[in-house]
Write a protein that binds this ligand. Structure first.
Ligand SMILES: [Zn+2]
Length: 382
Protein backbone atom coordinates (compact mmCIF):
# COMPACT_ATOMS: atom_id res chain seq x y z
CA UNK A 1 0.00 0.00 0.00
CA UNK A 2 1.09 3.59 -0.41
CA UNK A 3 4.04 4.36 1.79
CA UNK A 4 2.50 7.73 2.40
CA UNK A 5 0.34 6.77 5.33
CA UNK A 6 3.28 6.41 7.64
CA UNK A 7 5.14 9.48 6.45
CA UNK A 8 4.79 13.05 7.58
CA UNK A 9 4.08 15.52 4.80
CA UNK A 10 7.43 17.27 5.16
CA UNK A 11 9.16 13.94 4.64
CA UNK A 12 7.20 13.38 1.45
CA UNK A 13 8.11 16.76 -0.02
CA UNK A 14 11.82 16.19 0.49
CA UNK A 15 11.65 12.54 -0.67
CA UNK A 16 10.30 13.36 -4.14
CA UNK A 17 13.06 12.72 -6.66
CA UNK A 18 14.22 15.40 -9.11
CA UNK A 19 12.45 15.16 -12.45
CA UNK A 20 12.02 16.84 -15.80
CA UNK A 21 9.21 19.33 -16.23
CA UNK A 22 6.90 18.43 -19.14
CA UNK A 23 8.35 19.21 -22.54
CA UNK A 24 4.96 19.82 -24.14
CA UNK A 25 3.19 23.19 -23.80
CA UNK A 26 1.17 23.37 -20.58
CA UNK A 27 -2.55 22.90 -21.22
CA UNK A 28 -5.08 25.06 -19.36
CA UNK A 29 -8.48 23.39 -19.25
CA UNK A 30 -11.83 23.86 -17.52
CA UNK A 31 -14.55 21.43 -16.53
CA UNK A 32 -18.24 22.21 -16.95
CA UNK A 33 -20.66 20.48 -14.59
CA UNK A 34 -24.08 19.18 -15.60
CA UNK A 35 -25.58 22.40 -14.23
CA UNK A 36 -23.73 24.51 -16.77
CA UNK A 37 -23.98 22.01 -19.62
CA UNK A 38 -27.76 21.87 -19.12
CA UNK A 39 -27.88 25.62 -18.42
CA UNK A 40 -25.64 28.45 -19.62
CA UNK A 41 -23.82 26.39 -22.24
CA UNK A 42 -26.97 24.97 -23.82
CA UNK A 43 -27.52 28.11 -25.89
CA UNK A 44 -25.33 29.61 -28.63
CA UNK A 45 -25.29 32.93 -26.72
CA UNK A 46 -24.12 31.27 -23.51
CA UNK A 47 -21.45 29.37 -25.37
CA UNK A 48 -20.24 32.51 -27.13
CA UNK A 49 -19.78 34.29 -23.77
CA UNK A 50 -17.88 31.34 -22.33
CA UNK A 51 -15.70 30.94 -25.43
CA UNK A 52 -14.77 34.61 -25.29
CA UNK A 53 -13.64 34.30 -21.66
CA UNK A 54 -11.74 31.06 -22.25
CA UNK A 55 -9.89 32.50 -25.21
CA UNK A 56 -8.95 35.67 -23.33
CA UNK A 57 -7.58 33.63 -20.45
CA UNK A 58 -5.63 30.95 -22.30
CA UNK A 59 -7.96 27.96 -22.02
CA UNK A 60 -7.79 25.51 -24.93
CA UNK A 61 -9.55 22.42 -23.59
CA UNK A 62 -12.89 21.57 -21.94
CA UNK A 63 -14.25 18.64 -19.96
CA UNK A 64 -18.04 18.33 -20.32
CA UNK A 65 -19.80 16.41 -17.59
CA UNK A 66 -22.37 13.79 -18.57
CA UNK A 67 -23.63 12.86 -15.07
CA UNK A 68 -23.47 14.09 -11.47
CA UNK A 69 -25.63 13.71 -8.35
CA UNK A 70 -28.48 11.93 -10.16
CA UNK A 71 -28.63 14.48 -12.98
CA UNK A 72 -27.78 13.60 -16.59
CA UNK A 73 -27.13 15.66 -19.67
CA UNK A 74 -28.81 14.15 -22.73
CA UNK A 75 -26.54 12.64 -25.36
CA UNK A 76 -28.03 14.96 -28.00
CA UNK A 77 -27.16 18.06 -25.98
CA UNK A 78 -23.67 16.80 -25.19
CA UNK A 79 -23.02 16.11 -28.89
CA UNK A 80 -24.27 19.57 -29.85
CA UNK A 81 -22.04 21.33 -27.33
CA UNK A 82 -19.06 19.09 -28.03
CA UNK A 83 -19.29 19.86 -31.74
CA UNK A 84 -19.82 23.58 -31.19
CA UNK A 85 -16.76 23.87 -28.95
CA UNK A 86 -14.64 21.77 -31.30
CA UNK A 87 -15.65 23.98 -34.18
CA UNK A 88 -14.49 26.93 -32.06
CA UNK A 89 -11.06 25.26 -31.76
CA UNK A 90 -11.25 23.63 -28.32
CA UNK A 91 -10.27 20.12 -27.44
CA UNK A 92 -13.33 18.57 -25.75
CA UNK A 93 -13.40 15.52 -23.44
CA UNK A 94 -15.98 13.99 -21.11
CA UNK A 95 -16.36 13.77 -17.35
CA UNK A 96 -18.45 11.64 -14.99
CA UNK A 97 -19.01 12.23 -11.29
CA UNK A 98 -19.96 8.85 -9.78
CA UNK A 99 -22.31 9.96 -7.01
CA UNK A 100 -25.89 9.03 -5.99
CA UNK A 101 -26.00 5.80 -8.01
CA UNK A 102 -27.92 3.68 -5.46
CA UNK A 103 -31.66 3.75 -4.98
CA UNK A 104 -32.78 6.03 -2.13
CA UNK A 105 -32.81 4.29 1.27
CA UNK A 106 -36.30 3.54 2.65
CA UNK A 107 -38.03 6.79 3.61
CA UNK A 108 -35.38 9.01 1.99
CA UNK A 109 -36.03 11.34 -0.94
CA UNK A 110 -32.71 10.75 -2.65
CA UNK A 111 -29.79 8.28 -2.70
CA UNK A 112 -26.70 8.69 -0.55
CA UNK A 113 -24.07 10.96 -2.13
CA UNK A 114 -21.15 8.51 -1.74
CA UNK A 115 -21.99 5.28 -3.56
CA UNK A 116 -22.32 1.87 -1.91
CA UNK A 117 -20.42 -0.21 -4.47
CA UNK A 118 -21.55 -3.64 -3.27
CA UNK A 119 -24.94 -2.74 -4.77
CA UNK A 120 -25.34 -4.36 -8.22
CA UNK A 121 -27.87 -1.65 -9.18
CA UNK A 122 -25.29 1.10 -8.63
CA UNK A 123 -22.63 -0.82 -10.54
CA UNK A 124 -24.98 -1.36 -13.48
CA UNK A 125 -25.82 2.37 -13.55
CA UNK A 126 -22.11 3.18 -13.51
CA UNK A 127 -21.34 0.90 -16.45
CA UNK A 128 -24.28 2.26 -18.45
CA UNK A 129 -23.12 5.85 -17.89
CA UNK A 130 -19.51 5.01 -18.76
CA UNK A 131 -20.64 3.34 -22.00
CA UNK A 132 -22.81 6.34 -22.87
CA UNK A 133 -20.01 8.81 -22.15
CA UNK A 134 -17.36 7.03 -24.24
CA UNK A 135 -19.70 6.88 -27.22
CA UNK A 136 -19.54 10.69 -27.13
CA UNK A 137 -15.95 11.21 -25.98
CA UNK A 138 -12.86 9.05 -26.49
CA UNK A 139 -11.39 10.46 -23.27
CA UNK A 140 -13.40 10.63 -20.04
CA UNK A 141 -12.18 11.66 -16.58
CA UNK A 142 -13.83 10.41 -13.37
CA UNK A 143 -14.29 12.90 -10.55
CA UNK A 144 -12.92 11.51 -7.28
CA UNK A 145 -16.01 9.70 -5.97
CA UNK A 146 -15.02 6.06 -6.41
CA UNK A 147 -14.13 5.81 -2.73
CA UNK A 148 -16.35 4.04 -0.22
CA UNK A 149 -17.91 5.35 2.97
CA UNK A 150 -19.55 2.03 3.84
CA UNK A 151 -18.63 0.22 7.06
CA UNK A 152 -20.32 -1.90 9.71
CA UNK A 153 -23.46 0.22 9.31
CA UNK A 154 -23.98 -1.05 5.75
CA UNK A 155 -25.53 -4.54 6.01
CA UNK A 156 -24.93 -5.28 2.30
CA UNK A 157 -21.22 -4.43 2.38
CA UNK A 158 -20.75 -6.14 5.76
CA UNK A 159 -22.30 -9.37 4.43
CA UNK A 160 -20.26 -9.19 1.24
CA UNK A 161 -17.05 -8.59 3.20
CA UNK A 162 -17.78 -11.62 5.42
CA UNK A 163 -18.64 -13.86 2.47
CA UNK A 164 -15.32 -12.97 0.84
CA UNK A 165 -13.44 -13.72 4.07
CA UNK A 166 -11.86 -10.26 4.17
CA UNK A 167 -11.06 -9.03 7.68
CA UNK A 168 -10.38 -5.30 7.29
CA UNK A 169 -12.57 -2.58 5.79
CA UNK A 170 -9.64 -0.99 3.93
CA UNK A 171 -8.80 -4.22 2.13
CA UNK A 172 -12.47 -4.85 1.36
CA UNK A 173 -12.95 -1.36 -0.12
CA UNK A 174 -9.77 -1.64 -2.22
CA UNK A 175 -10.89 -5.05 -3.52
CA UNK A 176 -14.34 -3.71 -4.38
CA UNK A 177 -13.02 -0.55 -6.04
CA UNK A 178 -10.65 -2.55 -8.21
CA UNK A 179 -13.57 -4.72 -9.36
CA UNK A 180 -15.62 -1.63 -10.18
CA UNK A 181 -12.67 -0.17 -12.09
CA UNK A 182 -12.08 -3.34 -14.12
CA UNK A 183 -15.65 -4.50 -14.80
CA UNK A 184 -17.94 -1.50 -14.59
CA UNK A 185 -15.60 1.16 -15.92
CA UNK A 186 -12.77 -0.16 -18.10
CA UNK A 187 -14.51 -3.19 -19.63
CA UNK A 188 -17.74 -1.25 -20.09
CA UNK A 189 -15.80 1.52 -21.81
CA UNK A 190 -13.83 -0.75 -24.14
CA UNK A 191 -16.98 -2.63 -25.17
CA UNK A 192 -18.67 0.62 -26.17
CA UNK A 193 -15.66 2.33 -27.73
CA UNK A 194 -12.39 0.45 -28.32
CA UNK A 195 -10.55 3.79 -28.43
CA UNK A 196 -11.88 4.85 -25.02
CA UNK A 197 -9.39 6.26 -22.54
CA UNK A 198 -10.56 6.60 -18.96
CA UNK A 199 -8.75 8.67 -16.33
CA UNK A 200 -9.05 8.14 -12.58
CA UNK A 201 -8.70 11.31 -10.54
CA UNK A 202 -7.50 11.15 -6.93
CA UNK A 203 -8.57 13.52 -4.18
CA UNK A 204 -6.24 15.71 -2.16
CA UNK A 205 -6.71 13.70 1.06
CA UNK A 206 -3.88 11.22 0.43
CA UNK A 207 -3.62 10.06 4.06
CA UNK A 208 -6.95 8.20 3.75
CA UNK A 209 -6.53 6.61 0.31
CA UNK A 210 -5.89 3.06 1.50
CA UNK A 211 -8.71 2.90 4.04
CA UNK A 212 -11.21 4.40 1.54
CA UNK A 213 -10.33 2.04 -1.32
CA UNK A 214 -7.80 3.98 -3.38
CA UNK A 215 -4.62 2.22 -4.48
CA UNK A 216 -2.98 4.62 -6.96
CA UNK A 217 0.03 2.55 -8.03
CA UNK A 218 -2.15 -0.44 -8.97
CA UNK A 219 -5.11 1.50 -10.36
CA UNK A 220 -3.01 3.84 -12.49
CA UNK A 221 -1.65 0.69 -14.15
CA UNK A 222 -5.20 -0.46 -14.92
CA UNK A 223 -6.25 2.92 -16.32
CA UNK A 224 -2.94 3.92 -17.86
CA UNK A 225 -3.35 7.45 -16.52
CA UNK A 226 -4.40 9.17 -13.33
CA UNK A 227 -4.84 12.75 -12.18
CA UNK A 228 -4.44 14.38 -8.79
CA UNK A 229 -6.49 16.95 -6.93
CA UNK A 230 -4.50 20.04 -6.02
CA UNK A 231 -7.54 21.61 -4.39
CA UNK A 232 -5.92 22.40 -1.04
CA UNK A 233 -8.37 25.26 -0.27
CA UNK A 234 -8.23 27.60 2.72
CA UNK A 235 -8.40 25.03 5.51
CA UNK A 236 -5.36 22.94 4.59
CA UNK A 237 -2.53 23.90 6.96
CA UNK A 238 0.05 22.89 4.39
CA UNK A 239 -0.40 24.94 1.19
CA UNK A 240 2.67 23.44 -0.51
CA UNK A 241 0.75 20.17 -0.80
CA UNK A 242 -0.88 21.60 -3.96
CA UNK A 243 2.61 21.44 -5.48
CA UNK A 244 4.30 18.33 -4.11
CA UNK A 245 1.27 16.05 -4.36
CA UNK A 246 1.44 16.36 -8.17
CA UNK A 247 5.10 15.35 -8.24
CA UNK A 248 4.55 12.66 -5.60
CA UNK A 249 1.66 11.06 -7.48
CA UNK A 250 3.67 11.11 -10.70
CA UNK A 251 6.58 9.36 -8.97
CA UNK A 252 4.24 6.86 -7.22
CA UNK A 253 2.58 5.84 -10.50
CA UNK A 254 5.70 5.68 -12.65
CA UNK A 255 4.98 8.90 -14.55
CA UNK A 256 1.28 8.25 -15.15
CA UNK A 257 -0.08 11.38 -13.46
CA UNK A 258 -1.33 13.47 -16.35
CA UNK A 259 -2.66 16.58 -14.68
CA UNK A 260 -3.75 18.51 -11.62
CA UNK A 261 -7.26 19.68 -10.78
CA UNK A 262 -8.19 22.50 -8.42
CA UNK A 263 -11.30 24.48 -7.67
CA UNK A 264 -12.62 27.64 -6.07
CA UNK A 265 -14.59 25.96 -3.28
CA UNK A 266 -13.92 27.24 0.23
CA UNK A 267 -11.09 29.31 -1.24
CA UNK A 268 -10.19 32.96 -1.08
CA UNK A 269 -9.24 34.40 -4.48
CA UNK A 270 -5.60 34.36 -3.32
CA UNK A 271 -5.78 30.66 -2.41
CA UNK A 272 -7.48 29.87 -5.70
CA UNK A 273 -4.63 31.44 -7.68
CA UNK A 274 -2.00 29.89 -5.39
CA UNK A 275 -3.38 26.46 -6.30
CA UNK A 276 -3.00 27.40 -9.98
CA UNK A 277 0.69 28.27 -9.52
CA UNK A 278 1.45 25.23 -7.40
CA UNK A 279 -0.20 22.87 -9.90
CA UNK A 280 2.20 24.13 -12.59
CA UNK A 281 5.24 24.14 -10.29
CA UNK A 282 4.56 20.51 -9.27
CA UNK A 283 5.04 19.42 -12.88
CA UNK A 284 1.51 18.96 -14.23
CA UNK A 285 1.18 18.68 -18.00
CA UNK A 286 -2.30 20.11 -17.72
CA UNK A 287 -4.11 22.13 -15.08
CA UNK A 288 -7.85 21.84 -14.89
CA UNK A 289 -9.96 24.53 -13.25
CA UNK A 290 -13.03 22.96 -11.75
CA UNK A 291 -15.32 24.39 -12.89
CA UNK A 292 -17.20 26.80 -15.14
CA UNK A 293 -20.09 26.68 -12.66
CA UNK A 294 -18.01 27.97 -9.72
CA UNK A 295 -16.12 30.63 -11.64
CA UNK A 296 -18.27 31.92 -14.47
CA UNK A 297 -21.88 31.01 -13.73
CA UNK A 298 -24.57 32.68 -11.69
CA UNK A 299 -25.59 29.24 -10.43
CA UNK A 300 -22.69 27.25 -8.94
CA UNK A 301 -24.86 24.12 -8.77
CA UNK A 302 -24.96 21.77 -5.81
CA UNK A 303 -21.71 20.95 -4.03
CA UNK A 304 -21.28 17.45 -2.59
CA UNK A 305 -20.83 18.30 1.08
CA UNK A 306 -22.07 21.87 1.23
CA UNK A 307 -18.77 23.49 0.31
CA UNK A 308 -19.16 27.09 -0.79
CA UNK A 309 -18.11 28.78 -3.98
CA UNK A 310 -18.18 31.89 -1.82
CA UNK A 311 -16.54 34.41 -4.08
CA UNK A 312 -16.86 33.27 -7.69
CA UNK A 313 -16.63 36.80 -9.10
CA UNK A 314 -13.50 37.52 -7.05
CA UNK A 315 -11.90 34.19 -7.99
CA UNK A 316 -12.65 34.90 -11.64
CA UNK A 317 -11.11 38.38 -11.42
CA UNK A 318 -8.02 36.98 -9.64
CA UNK A 319 -7.54 34.41 -12.38
CA UNK A 320 -7.96 37.07 -15.08
CA UNK A 321 -5.20 39.13 -13.44
CA UNK A 322 -2.83 36.15 -13.28
CA UNK A 323 -3.65 34.16 -16.42
CA UNK A 324 -0.89 35.68 -18.58
CA UNK A 325 1.64 35.21 -15.75
CA UNK A 326 0.60 31.57 -15.30
CA UNK A 327 1.11 30.89 -19.00
CA UNK A 328 4.45 32.68 -18.96
CA UNK A 329 5.69 30.70 -15.96
CA UNK A 330 4.63 27.40 -17.57
CA UNK A 331 6.43 28.37 -20.78
CA UNK A 332 9.64 29.31 -18.96
CA UNK A 333 9.69 26.05 -16.99
CA UNK A 334 8.86 23.86 -19.98
CA UNK A 335 11.44 21.06 -20.23
CA UNK A 336 13.39 22.34 -17.20
CA UNK A 337 15.03 20.04 -14.70
CA UNK A 338 13.01 20.19 -11.50
CA UNK A 339 14.92 20.24 -8.24
CA UNK A 340 13.62 20.38 -4.68
CA UNK A 341 10.86 22.60 -3.34
CA UNK A 342 10.59 23.62 0.27
CA UNK A 343 8.35 25.75 2.46
CA UNK A 344 10.13 28.28 4.63
CA UNK A 345 9.09 29.10 8.17
CA UNK A 346 8.15 32.55 6.84
CA UNK A 347 5.43 31.06 4.63
CA UNK A 348 7.38 31.53 1.38
CA UNK A 349 8.05 28.40 -0.67
CA UNK A 350 11.16 28.01 -2.83
CA UNK A 351 11.25 25.94 -6.03
CA UNK A 352 14.52 25.13 -7.82
CA UNK A 353 14.80 24.48 -11.55
CA UNK A 354 17.59 24.20 -14.13
CA UNK A 355 16.80 25.52 -17.60
CA UNK A 356 19.36 25.72 -20.42
CA UNK A 357 22.17 25.24 -17.91
CA UNK A 358 20.99 28.13 -15.72
CA UNK A 359 19.48 27.90 -12.27
CA UNK A 360 16.02 29.30 -11.98
CA UNK A 361 14.26 29.86 -8.65
CA UNK A 362 10.57 30.52 -8.10
CA UNK A 363 9.31 31.85 -4.78
CA UNK A 364 5.66 31.86 -3.74
CA UNK A 365 4.48 33.95 -0.80
CA UNK A 366 1.53 32.11 0.74
CA UNK A 367 0.94 34.75 3.42
CA UNK A 368 -1.14 37.90 3.47
CA UNK A 369 1.83 40.13 4.29
CA UNK A 370 5.00 41.28 2.54
CA UNK A 371 7.87 38.82 3.17
CA UNK A 372 11.45 39.38 1.97
CA UNK A 373 10.29 41.95 -0.57
CA UNK A 374 7.61 39.67 -1.96
CA UNK A 375 4.13 41.25 -1.79
CA UNK A 376 1.29 39.33 -0.11
CA UNK A 377 0.58 36.20 -2.17
CA UNK A 378 3.20 37.31 -4.67
CA UNK A 379 5.15 35.01 -6.99
CA UNK A 380 8.69 35.82 -8.12
CA UNK A 381 10.89 34.20 -10.72
CA UNK A 382 14.63 34.71 -10.18
ZN1 LIG B 1 -22.31 -0.48 1.30
Amino acid sequence: MPIIESLAAATIATAIPPAQMPSSPHVFSMSCKVTAVNGDLATPEGRARAIDWWRKNGFTKLWLETYRHGEHVSSERLAEERDAFRTAGFEVCGMITPTMLNDPPPGAKEPQMVVCWSDPVARERMSVEVARAVRLFDTVILDDFLFSGCGDGCARCAADKTSRGIAGWGEYRRTLMSEVCVHDILQAAKSANPKARLIIKYPCWYRHYAERGYDPARQADLFGECWIGTETRDANPEPLQACWIMAWMDALTGGKCGGGWYDALDSTPEKFVEQAYYTILGGARESLVHCYDYILADDPGRTPFGEKAGSPGACRAAFERESANLRRLADILRGAGRGPFTMGTDGVSTHMFIKDGKQCVVRVNTTGKTVAGLPPHGVRLE
